[in-house]
Design a protein around this ligand. Structure first.
Ligand SMILES: *Cc1c(COP(=O)(O)O)cnc(C)c1O
Length: 229
């Protein structure tokens, strides 16, 4: 029951935030990050009306997806190795974490095999942290141009996992930078590239992310509790 309450509370907070800044409430979608949490928790969240779930580890995700009987929508949000892409085609509706051409090429190949087009976000490593995936903001435009050439890949926006800072307000400049990068790319009007999604904001800083234009907030801990790893 706690999961249900958490979801209702977060939805309320998202709605309040949207009202405050005069954004339509349905312009922000909640991605419930269920990595390392059991299928039963996903099912419980689904019963509370949650439809989109974010996962980070391919093998763990595939095992879980096989257990979940409800028609949930899966997003992949974690670092992705090219040799594991084949397990995701047909299973996930959005990959948030594309950060290099070789990965995009493999996604193109695997989605092409099943006759589909993959929707992806380009992950930007705004803090240029060595421990995190993501292209740099300097390389972003050239990467987008190259990925846009791929037949079975459609770029839908950008994603960032900014440095974890105690005070959410301190993360604001990163969220703003991601929005500005999206606007720069939008202005280029590249065929096959849309900047409709900004995936940013987690449990402790999603309100600030929404104020800066997030359309997808990825929330784990505040819904499912602390993780062991
Ligand atoms: C785990 C994870 C989240 C969720 O973080 P919480 O702080 O638990 O809300 C969001 N985004 C990514 C990319 C993650 O790996």
């Amino acid at each position: 029951m706690e999961i249900t309450e958490n979801i209702l509370l977060i939805r309320e907070q998202i709605a309040d935030c949207c009202t405050r800044i005069q954004r339509a409430a349905d312009s922000v979608r909640l991605v419930a990050v269920s990595k390392v949490k059991p299928a039963a928790m996903v099912e419980e969240a689904f019963l509370a009306g949650q439809t989109i779930f974010g996962e980070s580890y391919v093998q763990e995700f595939c095992e879980k997806a096989a257990l979940v009987k409800q028609p949930v929508e899966w997003h992949f949000i974690g670092h992705l190795q090219s040799n594991k892409v084949k397990y995701l085609s047909g299973l996930v509706s959005l990959i948030h974490s594309v950060d290099r051409l070789s990965l995009a090429r493999e996604i193109d190949r695997q989605w092409g095999k099943v006759g589909k087009t993959a929707n992806v976000l380009i992950q930007v490593n705004l803090g240029e942290e060595a421990s995190k995936s993501g292209t740099t903001s300097q390389e972003l435009v050239s990467l987008v141009r190259q990925i846009a050439q791929l037949k079975h890949v459609r770029i839908k926006g950008l994603m960032a996992l900014p440095p974890w800072l105690e005070e959410p307000e301190e993360v604001r400049p990163y969220f703003r930078e991601l929005r500005e990068l999206a606007q720069e790319i939008e202005a280029l009007q590249l065929p096959g590239v849309e900047m409709q999604e900004l995936s940013m904001g987690m449990s402790h800083d999603f309100a600030v992310a929404i104020e800066e234009g997030a359309t997808l907030v990825r929330i784990g801990t505040a819904i499912f509790g602390e993780r062991q790893r």
